[in-house]
Design a protein around this ligand. Structure first.
Ligand SMILES: *[C@@H]1O[C@H](CO)[C@@H](O)[C@H](O)[C@H]1NC(C)=O
Ligand SMILES: *[C@@H]1O[C@H](CO)[C@@H](O)[C@H](O)[C@H]1NC(C)=O
Ligand SMILES: *[C@@H]1O[C@H](CO)[C@@H](O)[C@H](O)[C@H]1NC(C)=O
Ligand SMILES: *[C@@H]1O[C@H](CO)[C@@H](O)[C@H](O)[C@H]1NC(C)=O
Ligand SMILES: *[C@@H]1O[C@H](CO)[C@@H](O)[C@H](O)[C@H]1NC(C)=O
Ligand SMILES: *[C@@H]1O[C@H](CO)[C@@H](O)[C@H](O)[C@H]1NC(C)=O
Ligand SMILES: *[C@@H]1O[C@H](CO)[C@@H](O)[C@H](O)[C@H]1NC(C)=O
Ligand SMILES: *[C@@H]1O[C@H](CO)[C@@H](O)[C@H](O)[C@H]1NC(C)=O
Ligand SMILES: *[C@@H]1O[C@H](CO)[C@@H](O)[C@H](O)[C@H]1NC(C)=O
Length: 320
């Protein structure tokens, strides 16, 4: 009997605790109005496509994710500008989200992470993004963006990850990207666009974790980034330079330069890179002996279709 009372009491206490926890999580009223307006504008997506985070003290909405909803149709609503405390905004896998990135986003000056990915959003990469001074990550990959990469992005002191892959961007990669970055490593992904010109040599002054510029129309000399980045994908461009003198980064683990016009030989130092997992120089104009790579994970397909490479793993023996 006494036990049952205790259990009942505990249930009541637990319920009370739960209720107060829910009450504490209530978000700011103005922010909720803005969320509702956005939801209306987007055709009221179901709750499971949303993730809203409010600051525990102020109640202000600090993060908003909307994802994986093909029913969600229309442009990014201007009501988003009222979520003035947003730090993280993620709009991902929304194939019927369309229109340009709206000017109203310029009001969200506290944004640290902006992701608009796998949508039908089109138009330019707006230069007003350079006004979002707290940005650390900008991921606008897998959209239909056109125009050029704004050089002004380079001014952002904390922006260490830029992903503009899989769009229809043209023009050159601007000089000065990551120029104001202090200690952080930089991540640059620009693959599958229509970028032309050369890779700015000043990128070599940055601590490069990742550079992926594959499948563009880039040309010229890219030895500076090839020597600097730990993960570097230059494949399927029109690069033409002499690889003989390149010294790869000690920590290099992924190097793909296939399908270019690279000449000279494979630097002997490559054999010393113990962390190297991918090394693909196929479809270039390289010559000479392949260094004796320690790992057996480099098959002939990593070296074939060159001018006169020889030795294992290619079937062509080197001349004595
Ligand atoms: C956004 O804020 C403006 C100005 O404070 C206000 O007039 C407007 O009603 C707000 N819109 C929404 C959807 O909350
Ligand atoms: C999209 O709409 C269809 C039909 O109204 C519905 O069956 C489906 O569950 C919706 N999908 C999502 C992700 O809401
Ligand atoms: C979403 O877009 C797809 C094509 O990408 C289309 O087939 C589908 O009908 C659209 N859905 C809505 C709800 O508009
Ligand atoms: C950049 O990051 C540092 C360290 O997190 C921070 O102190 C600084 O306020 C940030 N700068 C801007 C403009 O957000
Ligand atoms: C874009 O690149 C950033 C930085 O490398 C990464 O965090 C993000 O996951 C990438 N986005 C996609 C859709 O792969
Ligand atoms: C790529 O850009 C070049 C000019 O640099 C242009 O002639 C070509 O049509 C563009 N290709 C695509 C697929 O947009
Ligand atoms: C590449 O550079 C090396 C010197 O670093 C030179 O010996 C060689 O002839 C050059 N090869 C080509 C094809 O330009
Ligand atoms: C490779 O490493 C060995 C042993 O550490 C060293 O003697 C040699 O000079 C290195 N070769 C190159 C090309 O870096
Ligand atoms: C290297 O690139 C070639 C050509 O694109 C491809 O056939 C091969 O599978 C690649 N090898 C590796 C290990 O990525």
């Amino acid at each position: 009997m006494v036990m049952t009372m205790d259990v009942k009491l505990m249930v009541v206490v637990l319920l009370l605790l739960l209720c107060s926890a829910v009450a504490l999580q209530k978000c700011d009223e103005d922010d909720e109005a803005a969320l509702l307006a956005m939801s209306d504008a987007l055709g009221k997506p179901p709750y499971h496509s949303y993730d809203v985070g409010c600051d525990q003290d102020s109640g202000r909405v600090v993060s908003l994710s909307v994802f994986q909803d093909a029913n969600l149709t229309g442009a990014i609503p201007d009501a988003i500008a009222n979520l003035t405390h947003l730090r993280t905004l993620v709009l991902r896998h929304l194939p019927n989200l369309s229109g340009a990135i709206p000017d109203s986003l310029a009001a969200l000056t506290g944004l640290s992470q902006l992701t608009i990915s796998w949508t039908a959003v089109s138009g330019p990469v707006p230069s007003f993004l350079a006004g979002l001074t707290s940005l650390t990550l900008l991921d606008l990959s897998f959209n239909s963006l056109t125009g050029v990469i704004p050089a002004s992005l380079g001014a952002l002191a904390n922006l260490s990850a830029i992903n503009l892959s899989r769009n229809r961007l043209a023009g050159a990669i601007p000089a000065g990207l990551f120029a104001n970055l202090q200690q952080q490593e930089a991540y640059l992904r620009l693959s599958h666009n229509n970028l032309s010109g050369s890779v700015p040599a000043d990128l070599a002054e940055v601590r490069l974790a990742v550079v992926d510029v594959s499948r563009n129309a880039l040309s010229g000399d890219a030895t500076a980034v090839l020597a600097r980045a730990k993960y570097v994908d230059l494949s399927r461009n029109g690069f033409s330079f002499n690889m003989s003198g390149v010294v790869l980064a000690e920590e290099a683990y992924y190097v793909d330069v296939s399908h270019n016009g690279i000449r000279g030989g494979i630097p002997a130092q490559v054999a010393n890179l113990t962390g190297l997992r991918t090394f693909n120089v196929s479809y270039n104009r390289l010559c000479g002996a392949i260094p004796n790579m320690a790992s057996s994970s480099f098959d002939a397909f990593c070296f074939h279709h060159n001018k006169c490479l020889c030795g294992a793993p290619l079937p062509t023996p080197c001349p004595p």
